[in-house]
Design a protein around this ligand. Structure first.
Ligand SMILES: Nc1ncnc2c1ncn2[C@@H]1O[C@H](COP(=O)(O)OP(=O)(O)OP(=O)(O)O)[C@@H](O)[C@H]1O
Ligand SMILES: [Mg+2]
Length: 509
């Protein structure tokens, strides 16, 4: 009797001793090993197994059945372990081979012979059963009542340690996934938008690139103006991604799509319950904190909304709609518009104070027809890009087709050129693109090709007149009927152009 009490005391002391060890082990696999080892030692068993419940498959699985190397999986309704899961009770089986609960297939599988078996549930602190703790084959005789209590005590400690280790494992996995995704996204974004994606050797584009470089180590506001499709958004992203703010968000807001009533909640955020069913939400300024807020189509904002934005730019704080707290924000603002803001100011449609706040730096994007020398470069770039995307061999433009491209007026600017090339790459089966492959408005714009379509190539005088007429028409079309620019493009004075237009009966459209 005394010996028995001394043994039990020793077991309790052992449990106390191993507690710090198991609670500091964060690696699930090592932890399971450790618990199994300690259990076999303390309970003088031959082997210990820890089964964890897999809710999704309804299976119990075990990484360790001490002595057996491989993982076991079994239906969570089977055997003594199954009975423990379903009843939540501890089972002390004196003769496994005779017990109706015993599932002999496992012995067959592992080649082990189970004589005696003690099994207790693993429970979370909340009482939920997460697995089964089994010890097998007591070295001397059978497991006692005291052993049952010891196992229950061990199981209680083990369950908490396992739960913690599983959580840590899950958190770590989650963190790794997020880190991976994050760096993947960052690479993609940087790869896609850094300054090198702005193509152009013309002095105008080079000046834009220089300006972006100069702006990269400051946080001043930038206003980007230019016609539709000239690359304003591309430049806005390049400004952000080449600045020190690159690790913080680039948030774009299209002001044209924003009704006046939503401007405040969208930009500054809103408190819960301001209107029925409204949840608390942060605004774009807060979202962009530390980064860049791109206000696209700023010329389309009402003057009331302009005043609200101006206030944030001046005070560098926002207040949620329905909130009373001022939240400081550190945001670089880049705004873009295809409107002529100075004339809008004169008409009273745009606030001059906001204009000057935004226009600390100003980038004017050239229309594509102002940089015809970049058209071959841009065409080649888009051809390579789209042929690559569509897994086609790289296509190229014939002289005639390129000539049409260079002389066409491109009212939709680079976007129109990009779309035209995408269409060609999809639809043209040849590697060399001919003039006939071009859209109808672009076809026939080349000067070189005119010689080929003159009415009578043998009559020099008639041909010269025809050529002159077509060149004048082409130049007028290219410069959207602006006679000053068309004359310049043709190397004539404006008067000279008007004289020729009169002579050939060409009327201004
Ligand atoms: N210099 C350039 N080099 C390469 N691609 C360009 C260039 N300029 C514009 N693009 C491309 O042309 C398309 C239109 O550009 P973007 O959307 O930036 O124009 P935008 O000025 O913002 O037009 P909108 O006023 O219509 O919004 C985009 O696909 C962009 O990548
Ligand atoms: Mg845009």
């Amino acid at each position: 009797m005394e010996q028995q009490i001394a043994g039990e005391k020793g077991q309790i002391v052992s449990i106390h001793k191993i507690c710090p060890k198991i609670h500091s082990e964060r690696d699930l696999s090592l932890l399971l090993d450790l618990i199994a080892q300690e259990a076999t030692r303390i309970l003088q068993a031959d082997r210990a197994s820890i089964f964890l419940l897999d809710e999704t498959t309804g299976e119990l699985w075990s990484k360790v059945a001490l002595g057996a190397a491989e993982t076991l999986r079994l239906d969570a309704r089977l055997g003594v372990a199954g009975a423990v899961v379903s009843t939540g009770n501890t089972f002390n089986v004196e003769d496994a081979q005779k017990s109706p609960d015993f599932y002999s297939a496992i012995d067959v599988h592992t080649g082990y012979h189970t004589r005696t078996l003690l099994a207790a549930p693993l429970r979370t602190l909340a009482g939920e059963i997460t697995g089964v703790f089994e010890v097998l084959n007591k070295v001397d005789g059978r497991f006692t009542r005291a052993d049952e209590e010891i196992l229950a005590a061990l199981a209680a400690q083990a369950a908490v340690a396992i739960e913690t280790a599983q959580l840590v494992e899950e958190l770590n996995r989650h963190r790794r996934e997020l880190q991976q995704e994050n760096s993947q996204l960052r690479k993609e974004v940087q790869g896609r938008f850094y300054t090198q994606k702005i193509i152009g050797a013309s002095t105008k584009i080079q000046a834009v690139l220089n300006l972006i470089r100069q702006l990269s180590d400051s946080s001043v506001s930038v206003l980007i103006t230019g016609d539709s499709g000239t690359g304003k958004e591309l430049v806005a992203k390049a400004i952000h991604y080449s600045s020190a703010r690159v690790r913080r968000p680039f948030v774009a807001l299209n002001c044209a799509a924003l009704p006046d009533t939503l401007v405040e909640s969208e930009l500054f955020g809103i408190e819960r319950g301001v209107a029925t069913g409204v949840d608390r939400r942060i605004g774009k300024f807060e979202e962009a904190n530390g980064g860049t807020l791109f206000l696209d189509e700023i010329g389309d904002l009402s003057t009331t909304s302009q005043a609200k934005i101006l206030r944030v730019l001046q005070e560098r704080v926002v207040e949620h709609v329905g909130g009373r707290k001022e939240i400081p924000v550190d945001v670089r603002v880049v705004a873009a518009t295809n409107k002529d803001l100075e004339s809008e100011i004169k008409k009273g449609g745009f606030r001059h104070d906001l204009y000057y706040r935004l226009k600390v730096a100003h980038i004017q994007m050239p229309a594509l027809r102002e940089i015809p020398e970049d058209i071959p470069l841009l065409s080649k770039y888009f051809l390579a890009q789209y042929c690559g995307e569509m897994k086609k061999q790289t296509m190229s433009l014939s002289h005639e087709a390129l000539d049409c491209f260079v002389h066409y007026s491109w009212p939709g600017n680079v976007r129109e050129l990009e779309n035209e090339i995408r269409r060609i790459v999809v639809s043209v089966p040849r590697q060399i693109i001919l003039e006939e492959d071009l859209s109808s408005g672009i076809r026939g714009c080349g000067y070189k090709t005119l010689a080929a379509i003159l009415p009578d190539a043998s009559d020099l005088k008639a041909s010269v007149i025809e050529l002159e007429k077509r060149m004048i028409l082409g130049a007028l079309r290219q410069h959207r009927q602006n006679q000053q620019q068309a004359a310049k493009g043709l190397g004539l004075s404006r008067q000279g152009l008007i004289k020729k237009m009169k002579r050939y009966g060409i009327k201004s459209e």
